[in-house]
Design a protein around this ligand. Structure first.
Ligand SMILES: Nc1ncnc2c1ncn2[C@@H]1O[C@H](COP(=O)(O)OP(=O)(O)OP(=O)(O)O)[C@@H](O)[C@H]1O
Ligand SMILES: [Mg+2]
Length: 547
């Protein structure tokens, strides 16, 4: 036997060594990921409990950090959500893979039970202190305050300095992290983009935020509708692998195979089962469907699985998808800044790669944007209403944008590149099963079907937008023509007057006539205005007399 001993490590040990995989791969990302995990959780918790979210975010520089070129940062996020029971605090903030959302097939922001524990680990590793949490549920008279740390060897949360305190809120959670990082406010990967993006796709959130050396800013909600995250639908058998199919049966105990298939999956009916029996040579034996599922052997599962894969089934239902909606998105767009005009498209949910998905797009042109006309548009990408800020080029959304011919809609665009101009393009993909390229959920996998669906939505938005751009181009064109006539018209009049020997008053009338034609006749407008004013003054005097 080999001398080497095989040992196993805890989940927390794995993540603490690989924090770069879950969003902590640079100093700036550490700040954004910490903020994002806390905000995601707050919004998810509010939605699950039908609460209109009101969040407070504070980001502060406390001094130099312990790592070279880093700063000591404080990030605080307070929500008015349901709060967390004291005994759950160590699990939530200090244990990996502990989640209320894991594998539920719903469009929640969080899915994995990793996010906030990774933030605690980063704080612990860089500043030797865990998450400072205050939480209060409706049932609690006072709030609980504690420091939660990750026991890395055992993947367990440790609660320290637990106290009961007064807190002037009926319920909610406050979480504070102090850690090494670097603050980047502007730019695609900046905090402002994250905050603005979050409010754009969450029209129902009110956000108060304070960034270093700045006053508190509030972005008010523009919708009072709390999004309802639809329940998951049963799994579609064509999206499963054999192993998953077999494990799925274990949830059902002793039921007939036919009952398990009909209850446990979407799109399997008596008719589908009959079809599987009727297939000429390879038809399944009817008796197989009457067997109890807990008595099936693996070869039988394999046979049934293969038969299902070879049977045509209706595509999965799209009812588990949640949409932001054109109305709310239109109101929310106006929170992005001084918007000139915008177009919003909310496509009907559809199926891509056998998964329900809905794509929504908002394109807005900003008025006072110190942007060069030939710089690329600003892109905001979202997956399940969470901004994605890194690794843009590999993302399905960016790929779809570059395949659209934006010149046809009146925008500048170098070949196969992003369109240009002072526009914000916001593209949201919502699905209970978003396929990310990595565990840090930064890039949506660019499958052909998804790219095509995003592309279609973008083109619809482009068509709407081009109406504004074309109308504006026409108006600009006309204005330019008028300016030419205005400039050269009087010279022409002078020339004609000289040739025809016209008198001065004729010349004057010709000039005035020209101005009238151009709609620039200010003297007559002024005259009309002063007559109207005189009439009004007489009227006012008469009324006063009568009284
Ligand atoms: N602010 C909060 N209010 C109420 N419950 C919370 C809050 N933050 C976290 N939770 C609970 O703690 C659980 C774990 O959070 P965590 O961020 O680790 O995982 P997640 O959000 O489920 O998935 P992900 O790793 O994708 O973020 C959540 O599923 C939720 O039930
Ligand atoms: Mg989370």
């Amino acid at each position: 036997m080999s001398e080497k001993k095989i040992s196993s490590s805890s989940t927390a040990e794995y993540f603490s060594k690989n924090l770069q995989q879950v969003g902590f791969s640079s100093q700036t990302k550490a700040v954004l990921t910490t903020l994002k995990e806390a905000v995601d959780n707050a919004l998810d918790a509010c939605e699950e409990h039908d609460i209109l979210p009101e969040l407070k975010v504070e980001i502060e520089r406390l001094g130099p950090g312990s790592i070279k070129n880093s700063e000591r940062i404080r990030v605080l996020v307070i929500d008015n959500g349901p709060g967390i029971d004291a005994e759950d605090l160590p699990k939530v903030f200090g244990e990996y893979l502990a989640s209320s959302k894991f594998g539920r097939g719903r469009c929640t922001r969080g899915q994995q039970g990793i996010g906030i524990s990774a933030a605690t680990t980063w704080a612990q590793m860089t500043c030797a202190q865990g998450a400072k949490v205050i939480s209060k549920t409706k049932a609690m008279r006072k709030a609980v305050s504690a420091i939660v740390e990750v026991d890395i060897k055992n993947n367990k949360g440790l609660m320290k300095k637990r106290e009961t305190i007064d807190w002037d809120r009926p319920h909610g959670t406050s979480v504070e992290f102090i850690f090494d990082g670097r603050i980047q406010i502007n730019g695609e990967a900046g905090i402002m983009n994250y905050l603005l993006g979050t409010t754009l796709v969450n029209p129902h959130v009110t956000l108060h935020y304070q960034l270093p050396d700045q006053e508190v800013t509030t972005i008010e909600r523009v919708s009072n509708d709390i999004p309802h995250i639809p329940d998951a639908t049963d799994p579609h058998p064509h999206t499963m692998k054999l192993g998953e199919f077999i494990s799925h049966s274990h949830l059902f105990g002793r039921v007939k195979v036919s009952a398990w298939l009909k209850k446990g999956f979407s799109r399997i009916s008596d008719q589908v089962i009959d079809e599987m029996i009727k297939v000429k040579e390879n038809g399944l034996n009817k008796a197989l469907f009457d067997k109890n599922v807990d008595q099936l052997a693996n070869p039988e599962f394999t046979k049934i699985f293969a038969a299902i894969q070879n049977t045509e089934l209706k595509a999965p239902s799209t009812s588990s998808v949640l949409s932001i909606g054109e109305d709310s998105l239109s109101k929310s767009v106006l929170r992005l800044g001084e918007v000139d005009f915008f177009s919003v498209v909310s496509r009907k949910p559809t199926i891509c790669d056998f998964k329900p998905v809905q794509v929504e797009v908002a394109i807005a042109r900003l008025r006072q944007k110190n942007m060069e006309a030939d710089s690329p548009v600003q892109l905001l990408r979202f997956a399940n209403r969470v901004p994605l800020q890194f690794d843009k080029s590999a993302c399905a959304i960016a790929q779809a944008i570059t395949t659209v011919n934006w010149r046809a809609y009146g925008l500048g665009q170098p070949k196969d590149s992003m369109p240009q101009g002072p526009y914000i393009f916001a593209v949201s993909v919502v699905s209970p099963f978003i396929k990310f390229k990595n565990a840090s959920k930064e890039t949506i996998d660019a499958s052909d079907e998804l790219v095509e669906e995003i592309r279609r939505t973008l083109m619809q938005a482009g068509q709407k937008l081009s109406r504004y751009i074309k109308a504006e181009d026409k108006a600009n064109d006309l204005e330019e023509k008028l300016r030419y006539i205005e400039q050269f018209g009087p010279i022409l009049v002078d020339g004609l007057a000289r040739i025809t020997g016209a008198k001065e008053d004729q010349k004057k009338r010709a000039r005035e006539g020209l101005m009238k034609l151009l709609g620039r006749d200010t003297t007559s407008a002024e005259k009309e205005l002063s007559t109207a004013n005189q009439k009004l003054a007489i009227q006012v005097a008469k009324t006063a007399e009568a009284e």
